[in-house]
Ligand binder design. Structure first.
Ligand SMILES: [Zn+2]
Length: 645
């Protein structure tokens, strides 16, 4: 018995289950053994089909493959469609890798042919050997479910997925049907070719029949993923925005599979890194509640992921949409602190969003434009667009940290307009002066001053509020002759540490505000892990301070001005993009103008001092602190205002 025995029967049965008789079929035929065998099998199964060949123009002689396939189609009595593109040029122009570009262009062509044929199914000739290679590639790339290729996905069917490559070749030999070998399949610099010609034969020599078993494992994993996807969709439903708390309550595997399925449904590759970033944002939102700053990421293919106000959403923003972070509000839990749940009754279309032109709010003395209100309340211009409002149409019911409309405040909240979510109670600050030993006094959190400042109502949003505390630290630094940079560490909406630069007074090049604040926070919390913490710092951190932040596993990093001299988040280099296992959610540009103004004052003072020194002495002394923290004025970058990375 040859390996090809029974092949036609198996093929026919599988094809019937994947594409019932009468379904129009388009066979993708490259001219290689597998696809030529598939074409012969379709003919033998007496299923009508169109032959489609795509010329990738990646090597000389690719046109001969096209001619070969055309002749084959004629002999099989099947219509022939030819497509092609200069794949290498497209790949370069679009910045895609070559194999990716080839696959995208080929499938685009196949779907075009399918549409012209009136729909139906595209038959591709992947075998169990291809499946084993795909499985290994996915495994080596760290896929959560190295589930190989599906026998049917969308319009694409793979009726040969359980057949060995060698069986197809035997079938062709028995039929005296030649095929063409693609020499690029021998190019061992390609991962798939290397697995095919080096790795799998070595595995087979030791574990006989391993390809079939890998394909089997892939099938089992596909079934497990399917079950988890079903569970995810049962738990989370199909709405476009999901409750972060419900997501966080699911078993981790269900959450991840659910997130990945949603990404794939929108055509976004669900990389492990991306899924893990979404998971982190969801868990953080569930943990921190309304005090979690809105999180947003462009995940590619025009899709934006948002975790804001307790909701997770994934979608394409419609053209000209003013605010992709806008979230529909349908339940009391989504309402900002201080807003009465009764507003839900009279307002079926509430959203939390950024302010828009024409927004109005009803106040005790009459209706007012929100833009006028913000001017009256002296909210800095740079902060206005970052504010969140609760609105229905242009009727605003609440402006984050500024005001609530008449009848919107929940009973018992004295000043709802300024009840900024997440503002700590005075008791929440860390112990000060009790710092046991070793740490320099500057590293200890100074809670008393903070407590007083926290007690004051803040006219701003959560991030803006905490940045205000960091700015207060920066002012302390300025008054003591340090580079004016301040930082606070916030855990669960409470400030646990605050610090400012001490490099001059301590003669310590590492005594940057962030390092001191993180050390103090770890002491206050009793754990070097500051998971769930957010570091607020007035200036974009240098590489050392970003590194220190990564060491703490902090969840968030909010900074003010851009640091063009030493910035590690894009000012000089963006280290957060380097693929660390944990990267905090970063928001830059918060109250940047104020942070930059302080630095400007410091440098102006330094220049004045050094000019005065120059008249007194012919050789001015070296600038103290040169090469430590920012030794040049940072440029506040308006493009980052309120943006998240
Ligand atoms: Zn630093």
């Amino acid at each position: 018995m040859t390996p090809a025995a029974g092949l036609l029967e198996r093929f026919t049965a599988r094809l019937d289950s994947l594409a019932p008789s009468g379904t129009p079929l388009v066979a993708a035929v490259s001219g290689g053994a597998d696809s030529v065998a598939a074409a012969l099998l379709l003919r033998a199964a007496e299923r009508p089909f169109v032959v489609a060949h795509f010329d990738h123009r990646l090597r000389a002689g690719s046109g001969e493959d096209a001619a070969f396939v055309e002749t084959l189609s004629e002999s099989l009595g099947a219509p022939f469609r030819l497509g092609g593109a200069d794949v290498a040029r497209v790949a370069e122009a679009k910045g895609w890798n070559l194999e990716d570009a080839a696959r995208r262009l080929r499938y685009a062509f196949l779907h075009r042919v399918l549409r012209e044929s009136g729909g139906g199914v595209i038959v591709v000739a992947h075998t169990a050997d291809d499946q084993a290679e795909t499985f290994l590639l996915q495994l080596l790339r760290g896929a959560a479910f190295p589930a190989g290729m599906a026998a049917r996905r969308g319009a694409v069917a793979r009726p040969l997925l359980t057949e060995r490559r060698e069986a197809l070749r035997d079938y062709l030999r028995e039929a005296s049907q030649p095929w063409r070998d693609d020499p690029t399949n021998l190019d061992l610099s390609r991962n798939r070719a290397w697995l095919r010609h080096e790795v799998i034969p070595a595995l087979e020599a030791r574990f006989v029949g391993v390809s079939g078993r890998l394909a089997h494992t892939a099938g089992e994993l596909a079934a497990a993923r399917e079950a988890l996807e079903a569970e995810a969709s049962r738990r989370f439903g199909g709405g476009e925005s999901l409750d972060a708390a419900a997501l966080a309550a699911a078993p981790a595997a269900v959450l991840r599979v659910g997130l990945a399925a949603r990404l794939r449904a929108l055509g976004v590759p669900a990389s492990a890194r991306l899924v893990s970033a979404l998971e982190d944002a969801v868990l953080r939102s569930a943990r921190m509640g309304t005090s979690a700053p809105p999180w947003r990421r462009d995940v590619g293919r025009g899709v934006t992921a948002t975790v804001a106000y307790g909701r997770f959403s994934l979608g394409r923003a419609p053209e000209g949409a003013p605010d992709p972070t806008a979230v529909r509000v349908t339940s009391a839990e989504q309402l900002p602190v201080g807003v009465s749940p009764s507003v839900l009754e009279g307002h079926p279309d509430l959203v939390l969003r950024r302010r828009l032109a024409g927004d109005r709010i009803r106040l005790p003395f009459g209706s007012k434009l929100v833009s006028d209100l913000l001017i009256d309340r002296k909210v800095p211009r740079s902060d206005r667009d970052g504010l969140t409002v609760l609105a229905e149409g242009n009727e605003v019911l609440w402006v984050e940290g500024v005001a609530a409309a008449v009848g919107v405040a929940s009973p018992g909240v004295a000043s709802p307009g300024v009840a900024s979510p997440g503002v700590a109670s005075p008791g929440g600050a860390s112990p000060s002066g009790e710092s046991p030993s070793g740490a320099s006094p500057s590293a200890a959190a100074r809670s008393s001053g903070l407590a007083r400042r926290q007690g004051e109502a803040s006219p701003l949003g959560t991030d803006e509020h905490f940045m205000g505390l960091a700015l207060a630290e920066a002012r302390l630094a300025l008054s003591s002759g340090e580079v004016p940079v301040g930082a606070v560490v916030v855990v669960d909406g409470k400030v646990v540490a605050a610090a400012h630069n001490q490099s001059e007074s301590e003669s310590d090049p590492t005594a940057h505000a962030e390092v001191l604040a993180l050390r103090a926070a770890a002491k206050a919390v009793g754990d070097w892990r500051l998971e769930g913490a957010t570091l607020y710092v007035t200036l974009e951190p240098c590489p050392m301070c970003l590194g220190a932040t990564l060491q703490t596993h902090a969840a968030g990093l909010v900074y003010g001005a851009t640091n063009v001299r030493e910035g590690a988040l894009g000012g000089v280099v963006d280290l957060a993009a380097a693929g660390w296992k944990r990267v905090p959610v970063v928001r830059g540009g918060v109250r940047a103008a104020e942070a930059a103004a302080l630095l400007k004052r410091a440098f102006a003072a330094k220049r004045a001092a050094s000019a005065a020194g120059a008249t007194a002495a012919p050789v001015p002394p070296p600038e103290p602190g040169a090469g430590t923290h920012p030794s040049e004025e940072p440029q506040p970058d308006d493009s980052q205002q309120g943006g998240t990375k």
